[in-house]
Ligand binder design. Structure first.
Ligand SMILES: Cc1ncc(COP(=O)(O)O)c(C=O)c1O
Length: 438
């Protein structure tokens, strides 16, 4: 079988001149304005299509990522596919050429388009979302401006939630004389185990007012059953703010189906927009629960009076539709199935390897692309940092260690669409070798 590099090297669109690029790229560099034509995905079901290596090699070829390392750390932010990158460059050039004339005349319509497209992709109304620069900004705004917590009340979060949002929950509690309750997500995680943990902790703290709930967490990638947890919370008079930073573009996501009134999403992770764009969602009937920005005299009935980011990156915002177009060309169901296929292709053999502890279940409802593991049960910070270092230095595989889990640190593995099964095989070989060492 030809290697990925062989395939890309021989691709008709990669000119001999372009191979002399200064940086080694997985896909040969594409001259400006000549992005590869997107292949057609065909009519196969998402599960069948996930194994169509000809199709996915073409998709992988749409990403100009380096060949210096096998990058399995797609969780930080997503590479832009070439058509998106080219649109971004064009937008950047336009903004820089026309400056304030552009920003004050053409840009508002482009920003509206980005908002409408994003809202449509999330299944909500455009005026229920507002852009932020990142999910941290969106979610901390929701949490810190939440006005339903008073003295003696309780706010709640879990060990797997994101540290910046946990901190905001503590800040909210401190400001209003409330207390904080926490829970640990069971390991190994099962649907019933997760629901049981939330049910028990909510019951133990009847004065809980706000629950932070992460959809796809940043450590093990576990997909939490948000809808069911929201129902448990709602039945107890608890409102829920959902951190969906990792789910938009990784798995199919319709915000109304989550049930929760407050959600933060990212567009620069799995949607593949340029870095610097996220969105804050407030369900129309829940606007009153989030205060306007301190000091704001803006309209009470508008989402955008709840956040103030000042000047944002014009070109980034304007590129959102191109990123959504690229995703639509593949189809989110197909994309999610491929990511899951790449994930399974390392997890299933690694699970059979003595000394490798996989922390994320295989239940199709509970996992997407991301999975965490430990080697020989070692949850120490130093131990996991060493695993990451060995994978990088000895095997040329880039991953990241994550902290904050109740039972100790882990290593997170996150394939992206520019990865191919050979990358996952490389990881399995490395883990087998590392697990077998004394
Ligand atoms: C679960 C989760 N929430 C929030 C964030 C923050 O996203 P951002 O870096 O865009 O602020 C991350 C980032 O990795 C995350 O994994």
């Amino acid at each position: 079988m030809p290697s990925r590099r062989d395939f890309l090297r021989s691709a008709a669109l990669v000119s001999a001149a372009s191979l002399a690029a200064p940086l080694p790229l997985r896909a040969g560099p594409v001259p400006p304005g000549s992005a590869r034509p997107l292949p057609h995905p065909g009519n196969a079901s998402p599960r069948e299509a996930a194994r169509d290596e000809d199709y996915w090699r073409e998709i992988a070829g749409q990403y100009r990522v380096t060949d210096e390392i096998t990058n399995l750390e797609g969780g930080f932010f997503g590479a832009m596919a070439t058509p998106v990158l080219e649109a971004y460059k064009g937008n950047l050039e336009r903004v820089n050429r026309k400056t304030s004339w552009f920003a004050r005349t053409e840009f508002p319509a482009r920003a509206r388009e980005a908002r409408e497209r994003t809202a449509a992709a999330l299944g909500v109304d455009p005026d229920e979302i507002v852009f932020a620069r990142n999910a941290t900004e969106a979610l901390r705004t929701l949490i810190l401006q939440y006005n339903g917590v008073g003295p003696g009340d309780v706010v709640m979060y879990a060990d797997l939630d994101y540290p910046a949002m946990q901190e905001a929950m503590r800040g909210l509690a401190a400001r209003h004389g409330a207390t904080v309750a926490t829970l640990d997500i069971p390991e190994p995680a099962t649907r019933e185990g997760i629901l049981g943990a939330y049910r028990a902790t909510l019951d133990a703290h009847p004065r809980t007012r706000l629950l932070l709930l992460t959809h796809a967490n940043n450590k093990t990638g576990l997909l939490h059953p948000v809808r069911e947890i929201h129902e448990l919370a709602q039945a107890r008079g608890v409102e829920v703010v959902v951190d969906a930073a990792h789910s938009f573009g990784q798995v199919p996501l319709a915000l109304p189906e989550l049930g929760a009134p407050y959600v933060g999403v990212n567009l620069h992770k799995w949607v593949g927009a340029p870095v610097g764009v996220a969105a804050m969602y407030i369900r129309r009937d829940a606007l009153g629960g989030i205060d306007r920005v301190p000091g704001s005299t803006g309209p009470r009935d508008r989402t955008d009076s709840r956040i103030q980011v000042g000047t944002m990156d014009f070109a980034t915002l304007m590129t959102v539709p191109a990123a959504l177009d690229f995703q639509d060309t593949i189809g989110i169901e197909r994309k999610a199935a491929r990511l899951r296929y790449l994930r399974d292709s390392w997890v299933l053999p690694a699970r059979e390897t003595e000394g490798v502890d996989i922390l994320t279940p295989d239940d199709p409802e509970l996992v997407g692309a991301i999975t965490g593991f430990r080697l020989r049960g070692d949850g120490s910070r130093a131990g996991n940092a060493a695993v990451v270092r060995t994978l990088e230095e000895e095997f040329g595989i880039f991953t990241v260690a994550r902290s904050g889990l109740a039972r100790g640190d882990c290593v997170r593995v996150t394939p992206a669409l520019h990865n191919l099964p050979a990358d996952m095989e490389r990881l399995v070989d490395a883990l087998r070798e590392m697990a077998g060492r004394p």
